[in-house]
Structures are given as C-alpha cells and as structure tokens.
Design a protein around this ligand. Structure first.
Ligand SMILES: Nc1ncnc2c1ncn2[C@@H]1O[C@H](COP(=O)(O)OP(=O)(O)OP(=O)(O)O)[C@@H](O)[C@H]1O
Length: 517
C-alpha cells in the first residue's frame, strides 16, 4: 500500500515539467489518502526573511504562483528555528491556523483561490502540516498540506508527508532550475533584441496609423494579414504585434514560405518523423509545434503551394496536424500573422490562392506604407541604423553625416524600402573608414564603385564631396599633420587655418598626429 503511495506520487509529481499540472495531479491522488484541501510548494528566502510561493493546487486546479511575500518577525522566528532543525532531522511540522506563519499562508491561499477558483470559498479554521524537502542534505523548499477545520493532522500524516519527501524535492528542484533557465532565456532574448536594435522606428510619425492598428489587434487572438512591398518592415510589425500581445512570453516563430522548396514546406510547417524521407535522420518539430503558446509569422504566404494551402487551412480550422511520416494527431495553440507583398485578392480572383484560406487570414489587414511615402522617418532611421550597424561591425568611431547627406537620402525613392536604406548605410560605413557619410552616389552605385566618397575622380560628385574626399586623402597621407613643411596645408597649397575651417565645414576629422607635428 505504502509502496504504491510512493510510486504513484513520484509518477504524478515528476510526470510533467509544468509544476501546476503535476501538483494538481498529485493533489487529486493524495486527497484520497489524507485530509487535504490544498497543497503548496514554498521556498523560504533566509536573507530577505520572506517566503516564495512556487505553486499551489486546490480542488479547482493547480496554479504556478512564483511570488514572494515578506513574513512577520513572529512568523520568521519560528520558521528559522524549524528550518535549522530540519537540516539534521526531518520533522514534519503540524500547526493550526492560529500559528503566526499560518496567518500569512492564509493570505496566499485566499489570493490563489481568487485567481483560480470560480466559486467563492473562504478558509476559516484550518490545519497544516509542512515538511522540509531535502536533497543531498540541502533544503530545497517546503511541502505544505492544508485541510479546512482544526486538528486534522497527526503523526500518521507526518509519516505520509515524510515518505513522499524525495519525489517532491526532485520535482521542486527541477522546476526551480527550469524557472531560472526560463528567466535567463528571456533576459538574453531581450538583450539580443536590444543589441540588434529590434525596434519599430517611425511608430510616432510615419507609422503612427500602423502602430494604432497594431495596438488594437495585438491583445486579441485574431489572425493579422500584413501587406506591403518588400522591405517595408512587415516582419518588424509582426514582432510588435507579438510583443504587445498576451502571447509575448511565448515564442515568435517565422517561416518565409517563399524561401522553402515545395517538397520541404510540409516538414517546415508541421515537422517530420525520423525516416519520413531521405535525410530525415531524426524527428523534428515543425514551426507550428515550435510556436505553441506564441505567434507564427508566415512571410510571403502567397507563395504557398496549393497542397500546403489546404493543410494550413485545416490547422487554422481545427488546430490539428500531423508530422510528415507520423500518424499521431498533434495540436498547437498558435496565433497566425501572415504577410505578403503580392495582391492576394487578385490571386484569389485568378484561382491562384484559396479563397477559404484568404478569408481566414484576412481578418485584420494592415498595410505598411512604402518608405517614399513616409520620408519624415528617414532621419530617425538613419540615426538608428548607423548606431546599430556601428555596434554590429565593431567600428571604433561613429562617422558623421555630411551636410548634404540627409537631403540626398530624402530625395531618393527607395524602391527597396527600409531594407535598402539599411544596406546603403552599412555599405557607406564600410567604405567611409571614419569619414563623413555623403551618399553622393545614391541610386547609381554599382558593385564596382559603390559610393563616391572614396573616389576623388568620380564625375558625379558635388564639388564639396570631391573636395572633402581629396582633403581627407591628403590628411590621411600626412597622418593628421595640418601645418608645417610636411603638413596637409602645404601639400594643398592653402593656409593651415583655411584648411582647418574648411575641414570643420565639411565635417572632416583628422586623427591626432602621431608624435609631434
Ligand atoms: N520601422 C522600422 N524600424 C526599424 N527597422 C526597420 C523598420 N522597418 C524595417 N526595418 C528593418 O528593415 C529590414 C527589412 O524589414 P522586414 O524584414 O520587416 O521587411 P519585410 O516587409 O518583412 O520584407 P520582405 O517582404 O522582403 O520579407 C529589417 O532588417 C528590419 O529590421
């Protein structure tokens, strides 16, 4: 009988990484063995004199709480003494509701119940029994059983709680590590986003209308269809929707439907079983499985072949799918954001895209305007891309913009939209070598001669650009020396002061000369 208790508790509490589910499962079982209205896992944080409630289960279900609450001095005094004692000896602690620690526990129980229970329930008098959970002589946390009414627990219940100590300790230790990892992962993800400069520039100006639509739709679970030409920022907009949604703690997974060979689309979306096809050396989850609890961004959805369109429609309708080569039906809770630069309505009219899928995806359409129609965003974008690219490229200094740079960038039509702007800036940074960015050849650059600011003989440079480039060459040649017989002014045939003021006007910085000069 007791053997069975240990086995059953181990199976249930270690059966799922979701501690709330596992705790509820074990609660239902233990309820048959002893008086039980709630079970609770806590950790006492000694330095801060507070308790961290990890999870609670009641008749209504399990709840992952992970919240700390300070303990009164009276409660802390008895906890401290008991925990010290528990280090050497496992002594389950039987208390009634009048004990100082239990008045704190009661608050947590009621808060938890309000969060989870549909029917209003209050705890009047209650009894508790608590056991320190130990692994390798270390206290991992505490397990508390709670029963409504006074004097429910006795020595026989102390035996039960001691017996199930180990499986609970293992489960709690795993859950704590898992929670730490999750926290670490989230912080890392946030840092990476910030490092990559993953933000939507223009949300307060050229993309104000888009931003408003995003804010409206983000908290709902509705599918969103993003339209816009290539490089306008559809994926950035999808990221914003995910960030502002209730799914933001979950993953955001992307698939560019146009970049995957037709034969691999099913596997990319739904995953495959080991051996399903040549090259399937191991079972691999697809994007739907990976996006469970989060958002799936389907870029270039108009490129999906007809068979994949039918399968996608089925998942959207039923939430069910099978891996390639698998027979088990899987489910995923996923919000879909799709994007296209094509005219999908036209494709539907021509029969190139399923109308039923189109209606499912086109619940909330958002159009991202071309960059040429929101040129007011260009200065902020230029600032942003220079900063992020300098960081990515590990450039020691951040070059200035030449006086004409912004007007040139604003006069251009940007057929490749924001992506083109980003690329132009990256290329300018590579060839500028710290000199001001002029963008003199914008729209005319070829792979052989990308920008004019390196070529003094470029026939299309303005006089100022040609002068800036030439002065820079000479100043580089003299290693920053301006005056004197070996100075740049002498070579250029002008007075050093004239050269200095011209350099200032053209935004040319000279490196400090090596040694004296
Ligand atoms: N508003 C914006 N703020 C900051 N960066 C942006 C913005 N819009 C686009 N970008 C950047 O421009 C590049 C292209 O954006 P994105 O991939 O979102 O465009 P897209 O419309 O999805 O392109 P495609 O249709 O070719 O897939 C990305 O590197 C993105 O970070």
């Amino acid at each position: 009988m007791r053997q069975n208790l240990f086995r059953e508790v181990t199976r249930r509490i270690c059966g799922s990484l979701n501690l709330d589910e596992a705790l509820f499962d074990v609660f239902l079982y233990l309820k048959e063995e002893l008086p039980l209205d709630s079970v609770m896992l806590t950790v006492y944080e000694f330095e801060q004199k507070r308790a961290r409630i990890i999870a609670v289960a009641y008749d209504e279900g399990g709840l992952l709480v992970d919240e700390v609450f300070p303990l009164s001095n009276a409660a802390w005094a008895s906890i401290g003494a008991w925990q010290k004692e528990s280090l050497s000896l496992t002594v389950p602690w039987i208390r009634d509701h009048t004990h100082p620690i239990n008045s704190e526990i009661k608050k947590v129980l009621i808060r938890g119940m309000t969060a989870i229970a549909t029917r209003g329930r209050t705890f009047g008098a209650f009894s508790t029994i608590t056991c320190a959970l130990k692994l390798k002589q270390q206290i991992i946390g505490n397990l508390t059983f709670v029963a409504e009414g006074e004097g429910h627990y006795n020595e026989s219940h102390a035996d039960i709680i001691s017996e199930v100590n180990e499986p609970f300790a293992i489960a709690l230790s795993n859950a704590l590590r898992f929670m730490d990892l999750e926290r670490h992962h989230k912080a890392l993800y946030q840092d990476t986003r910030e490092m990559r400069g993953d933000v939507m520039i223009g949300a307060d100006s050229g993309l104000k209308h888009v931003r408003r639509l995003i804010e409206d739709v983000a908290p709902t679970d509705s599918p969103v269809l993003l339209f816009g030409d290539t490089g306008t920022g559809k994926e950035v907009a999808a990221g914003e929707i995910h960030k502002l949604s209730l799914r933001s703690p979950g993953p955001m997974v992307s698939l560019n439907c146009g970049a995957i060979p037709e034969t691999l689309i099913d596997s990319a979306l739904f995953g495959h079983e080991k051996g399903a096809f040549t090259g399937a050396i191991e079972t691999k989850p697809g994007r739907f499985e990976r996006a469970h609890g989060g958002t799936l961004f389907l870029d270039e959805v108009g490129e999906l072949p007809a068979a994949a369109q039918a399968k996608l429609l089925r998942v959207i309708q039923t939430g069910e799918f099978e891996r390639v080569g698998g027979s088990k039906t899987l489910t995923a809770d996923v919000r879909i954001i799709a994007a296209t630069h094509r005219n999908l309505a036209d494709m539907v009219a021509r029969g190139a895209f399923r109308s039923d899928l189109w209606y499912r995806l086109n619940v909330f359409p958002v159009r991202i305007p071309n960059l040429k129609d929101r040129k007011q965003d260009i200065p902020a974008m230029v600032e942003h891309f220079i900063a992020t690219k300098c960081r990515e490229m590990n450039l020691p200094t951040r070059p200035e913009l030449s006086p004409e740079a912004l007007s040139r960038l604003s006069a251009y039509d940007w057929p490749g939209n924001v992506r083109e702007l980003q690329n132009i800036i990256e290329r300018a940074l590579i060839i500028s070598k710290g000199r001001p960015l002029t963008f003199a050849d914008l729209g005319r650059e070829t792979p052989e001669s990308p920008f004019s600011n390196t070529s003094p003989s470029d026939p299309f440079s303005t006089l100022n650009d040609a002068m800036a480039t030439h002065i820079q060459h000479v100043v580089d040649h003299t290693r920053g020396i301006i005056s004197g017989p070996k100075g740049a002014a002498k070579i250029l045939g002008i007075h050093p002061n004239t050269l200095r003021s011209r350099m200032e006007k053209l935004g040319i910085k000279s490196q400090p000369p090596a040694g004296r000069g």
